[in-house]
Design a protein around this ligand. Sequence first.
Ligand SMILES: Cc1cn([C@H]2C[C@H](O)[C@@H](COP(=O)(O)OP(=O)(O)OP(=O)(O)O)O2)c(=O)[nH]c1=O
Length: 204
Amino acid sequence: MSDFIYLASQSPRRSQLLQQLGVRHELLLSNAPGDVAEDAEAIEEVLPGEDPQAYVQRVTGLKLDAAVGRLARRGLPDAPVLTSDTTVALGTQILGKPADAAHALQMLAQLSGQTHTVLTAVAVQQGAQRWQALSVSSVRFMALSEAQMAAYVASGEPFGKAGAYGIQGRAAAYVEHMAGSYSGIMGLPVFETAQLLRQLGWQI
Ligand SMILES: Cc1cn([C@H]2C[C@H](O)[C@@H](COP(=O)(O)OP(=O)(O)OP(=O)(O)O)O2)c(=O)[nH]c1=O
């Protein structure tokens, strides 16, 4: 069994959460010479009529396909690798990452005073074997004033985050209630990740 895993993710939170589990890992990013940068926008496109649960699992699988391809091109076809995707859903509507400040404000206005779902799928592959898990959490936001939303967007925190907020940051002050997995909302559910890694032989 390998004593480390490749983490194919740009997200510093995911690395931090793997570290919390004591899992040695190396980042697998598309920055080596000869690497083909996959088109993240194409990977994250929502199919017509696709529900959030199907979406987040499909995108995680596509991220894993890309990562496995990258490893193969580096001559490491059997190395273990992990990917994940986090999606915020308001009913059946998928809220991705905000494109700009206006988009972030619009998403926060939608989440204000409502309960939404945060879905994070995790997938690992080693050789020909692949395992995948899904974490689903529910988060209720207090009603936010225009001034609160504007200040939060100005803090810069919404950018690069699904649903335009980070529960691990200042947005914690707006979360009235949450049920599910705090780490899953942050991007990597530690319980489900540990379960997947046990399948690969890790003792966690
Ligand atoms: C809801 C929420 C999301 N997020 C983050 C987690 C994810 O990093 C991000 C959703 O984007 P993702 O597309 O899941 O991940 P990413 O682009 O950051 O990283 P990669 O695809 O390379 O693995 O939103 C928080 O950090 N806190 C939160 O409370």
